[in-house]
Design a protein around this ligand. Sequence first.
Ligand code: ADP
Ligand code: MG
Ligand code: MG
Length: 304
Amino acid sequence: MATLEIKNLHARVAEEDGEQILRGVDLEVNSGEIHALMGPNGSGKSTTAKIIAGHPAYEVTEGEILLHLSEDEFGEDFDIPEDKQTWSLLELEPNERAALGIFLGFQYPAEIEGVTMTNFLRTALNAKIEEREELFEDEDEAEAEEEEDEGYETSPMEGPADEGEVGVAEFQQILKEKMELLDMDEKFMQRYLNAGFSGGEKKQNEVLQAAILEPSLAVLDEIDSGLDIDRLQDVSKGINALRDEQGTGILQITHYQRILDYVEPDHVHIMLDGEVVKSGGADLAEQLEDKGYDWVREEVYGTA
Ligand code: ADP
Ligand code: MG
Ligand code: MG
């Protein structure tokens, strides 16, 4: 099991006189659980997500983010030694956090022509495997490897698979299994990365990324926005499969209650003005739908 523990997180925009955005976020998400993080626009939900992933636009001024891993979090044949079972995420690079099992769906900045989605995903998976090996390698091994590596320079997009890497054929098999798991159409696989994807397909692709990378915890920021009802159901089915079949913990960020009809949260948290002000069960989201956020504001601050 893995646990993401966010304690008293305060953060500001990393610029001179940057605005204080987070004012005390506390959250604890275990693998296998679904948490909904809700709140009005501008309350700090996306900022929280980006800071978990290591976005450089923000400076953490107080608090911490810990990741606890149980010995067998990465499988039976990957024992995590005791001194590497707790990590302070704020001290790690974004790719190191990803390698430890934190997933933040990424939207591509631009269409990358000629790079197939399969190639892109395989590269992402291999990068994660390699980074994870480095994080858990003991120091003597690391030194020996460094000497060995000297003089070699290869692009991850090219050439045959290195030792320990997932090769093309093996990856095709993984992709097929994951698409079945998510009940996705196989012709998706042939598409070029991002090119010609509709908004809804990009969201499905985000779930597919998570299925392939098998994170312990996935942060999904407004994956429900702009989806019609059919696509919302498809995406929801995928999210449930991530939890049920892979044991992924989900931090589902959403403004609206709608997706929670299909992805039922174990816990609901409400953010206002950079703080988690209220947490509860699934019924909390239903109350929000009936009464809106002003009701929470009134309850917490005594004024709307
Ligand atoms: P939410 O996702 O809940 O809608 P955000 O986390 O995106 O809210 O934003 C919270 C507040 O912080 C907003 O007022 C937003 O304008 C501000 N903010 C977020 N990121 C930045 C940034 N990089 N620079 C300046 N202001 C920011
Ligand atoms: Mg947002
Ligand atoms: Mg073991």
